[in-house]
Design a protein around this ligand. Structure first.
Ligand code: NAD
Ligand code: WQD
Length: 340
């Protein structure tokens, strides 16, 4: 049945997009990627082909460019879109708010206008647990109020609102707003993974670079939080589970109308030290660390994890991989791609 479906994946060469493309291709979907490679490499397309034995169609282009988006729809019989493409660096968004708002909103409006003109109204959108802001108490449920503490987060809150308003104006849209918690891990082949440019801002890419000998030690950003070991607690989710969550969401939009925010998380929280120790077990490496100041503006919520029950109820989906799997596969990626 999937062989008759063609899915446009915006940002399909990126970290989460590339894993999702592998799952889609392995499940028989036809995949079309649009990516400008601003935060990824064309070699990812080769890796996807190596992993799956199938090469996704590629439009190298910018989602803000209406002509590039039109050409995707002209060339392929697209019947659903998974929309990953966005700028996602929280610190950069604070330094360049206007660029972030413009980029992330324009990507979505350009895409929606073209899709709507074709009567194509199925969308799986990459939102984030960041929309739970600083005021809610974990476990986070989809009916809690949303807010943000940085411009990146506001682009997610605003886009969720925009897509909710769109569906109110035209109930024939089918949209899921997927609120990812903390994706880590990699495809077990080690051929694709999370490899940001420069010094990583996020925990697992940083740990990977320390394990690979590229950075000397991990700064632990605060050990005085109200948690058992003093470090922040997060809901880490294996990117392969996350990829499968997109397939489940896609099934849902093929068979339901309306807009639904849905958490993609495990429901289990781990501290920074839990992650470091699990990684040390998985890799056999010692991860040197030093306790450093909290993030500027006290930007970290101490405890964040999902109530994942809505995804299970709506999508019949839940995670199957644990923290040890996440660390093992992150380390495989580090060995395969980071150590030269
Ligand atoms: P990523 O940067 O690895 O992937 C994004 C991809 O989109 C990249 O390949 C980039 O080149 C491409 N892209 C960016 N702007 C584009 C444009 N204008 N036109 C065409 N392509 C463009 O990011 P990711 O970690 O895979 O995240 C994917 C989505 O998930 C993003 O929307 C992000 O905000 C969201 N998200 C990520 C996380 C996380 O921790 N990684 C958590 C929650 C939500
Ligand atoms: C996890 C924990 C840090 C780096 C971010 C975005 C969020 C979402 C996911 C997109 C925190 C600590 C980190 C380091 C550390 N992205 N840490 N040393 O902050 O939960 O979420 O990514 O939507 O919007 O804010 O994830 O991986 O950055 O941090 O001690 O060098 O690790 O303080 O407690 P976070 P993270």
């Amino acid at each position: 049945m999937n062989a008759s479906h063609t899915v446009l994946v915006t940002g399909g060469a990126g970290y989460i997009g590339s894993h999702t493309c592998c799952s889609l291709l392995n499940s028989g979907y036809n995949v079309v990627i649009i990516d400008n490679f601003s935060n990824s490499s064309p070699t990812v397309i080769d890796a996807i082909e190596t992993i799956t034995g199938k090469r996704p169609a590629l439009v190298k282009g910018d989602l803000r460019d209406a002509a590039a988006v039109r050409s995707c729809f002209d060339q392929h019989p697209i019947d659903a879109v998974i929309h990953f493409a966005a700028l996602k660096a929280v610190g950069e968004s604070t330094a360049k708010p206007i660029e972030y708002y413009e980029h992330n909103i324009l990507c979505t409006t350009t895409l929606i206008k073209e899709a709507r003109s074709r009567g194509m109204k199925r969308l799986v959108y990459s939102s984030s647990a960041t929309v739970y802001g600083m005021a809610n108490t974990a476990p986070f449920r989809e009916d809690m109020p949303t807010s943000a503490s940085n411009p990146y987060g506001w682009t997610k809150v605003m886009t969720e609102q925009m897509l909710t308003d769109l569906t109110a104006s035209d109930p024939s849209w089918s949209i899921t707003l997927l609120r990812y918690f903390n994706p880590i891990g990699a495809h077990p082949s080690g051929l694709i993974g999370d490899d940001p440019n420069g010094v990583p801002a996020n925990l697992m890419p940083y740990v990977n670079k320390v394990a690979a000998g590229i950075l000397p030690e991990l700064p632990v950003l605060g050990d005085d939080y109200p948690t058992p070991d003093g470090t922040c607690i997060r809901d880490y989710i294996h990117v392969m589970d996350l990829a499968d969550g997109h397939l489940a969401a896609l099934d849902y939009v093929y068979s339901h109308k309306g807009v639904e925010p849905v958490n993609l998380g495990t429901g289990v929280g781990y501290s920074v030290f839990d992650v470091v120790h699990a990684y040390e077990r998985a890799s056999g490496k010692t991860i040197p660390y030093r306790v450093a100041d909290r993030r500027p503006n006290n930007a970290d919520v101490p405890i964040a994890y999902a109530d994942p029950s809505k995804a299970e109820r709506l999508f019949n989906w839940k995670t199957s991989r644990g923290l040890d799997d996440m660390c093992r596969d992150s380390w495989t990626f580090a060995k395969t791609r980071l150590i030269r």
